[in-house]
Design a protein around this ligand. Sequence first.
Ligand SMILES: *Cc1c(COP(=O)(O)O)cnc(C)c1O
Length: 421
Amino acid sequence: MNQSRVTRRNFLRWSQSALGLLGVLPAIGIETAAATVPSIAAGDDYYAKLGVEKIINAAGTYTYLTAALMPPQVQRAVAQAALHPVRLKDLQRASGEYIAKKLRCEGAVVTSGASAALTLATAACIQAANGLEPNQIPEDVAGLKHEVIVQKAHRYEYDHAMLICGVRIVEVVTLEDYKRAFGPKTVMTNFFNSAEGGEIDRQTWLDIAHQHGVPCHIDAAADMPPIENLWKYTGMGYDLVCFSGGKGIRGPQNAGLLLGKKQLTDLAVANNNPNSDAVGRGMKVAKEQIVGMVAAIDWLLEQSDEANEAEYMRRVDIIKAQVKDVPTMKATVHVPEIANRVPHLMLTYDPVVVGVSPKQVMERLKQQRPSIELNPATGTSGRFGSLSTENTIVIGTWMLQPGEAEIVARQVRAALLHPKL
Ligand SMILES: *Cc1c(COP(=O)(O)O)cnc(C)c1O
């Protein structure tokens, strides 16, 4: 209609994305009928109100740093979903069907994260093996089929997500161990996709389980990009696959995906909220986040891995250029093989010559305003294989916002060249 209204709407849209606002925004200024897209005004800055510091994320999609920001079109979908109640089960079913189709699998469930997806996967496999009701998990499970087979090298901090269903984990090392481990109590196997080590590869793991008629779950939580991984593992025949929604996929942080065989994802739904007396009752995903997860998949499928990687490399180069004259500096780029498969800048130097250690640089950048978080592998050896040592600063550039690579470059340079200031 008139020019000023369009301008205002564009401005609001711009300010929303420029501020990178998260979550549900109050809908102010709905000018016409509910059928039109309402304009969304920036509300109070609750981070400021609460005195919670905003950070520059030069680390990556780490949960303790609130992982990723949602792209503007996902933020808008979240805000739009907040405007109307719906029937939760309708939304769960429709979102699952939509995502399954887009990601080329039989069944999909929007969960409250990859960890919740693993819990629901375990519950589904217990139910499939024993034919029991959701309310019998975990109490009755110990007396029934309740064993999950896992490689010793794949034991991890998310084992807890399975254990809360009452299962027992059976550890194996060799292929012979694995074959012998299947028995009348086996309900599932779990493969930790980005585990370093483990004698049994992904394909063999799957084949042996299927020879025994046992379903396989694979934890691929942080294993996107590449985008095609979203259908690669279900395509291989994995019965269940989990992804974190709030990491590389850039949906809401408290969302995730369980993908796989329809018979099993249907059982996962039976164990999920809003059903009470079920292991998933506390793993609720609100309508805003379910819609946000769907919008994130739509957004992601329009992306290109190559274009994104080129942008992350452009940021790497901005930072690299600022430290090239630091004595003893050796700058390299490392792309991890599976999880977080994006370029990381590795700055290795001699702290004795430069006068400051990577850990001290990390602390100094944290204390500055704006506060910068470097990758937690900084100043530690063993993470990122042999490439990072106690003499290495590690910078993940993929979560940087426009203009932030320049700030990080300046501050890293200052910390290295003027360590005493
Ligand atoms: C992050 C992560 C999870 C948990 O993901 P959430 O979405 O935060 O629940 C599980 N497994 C692995 C390997 C992860 O990296």
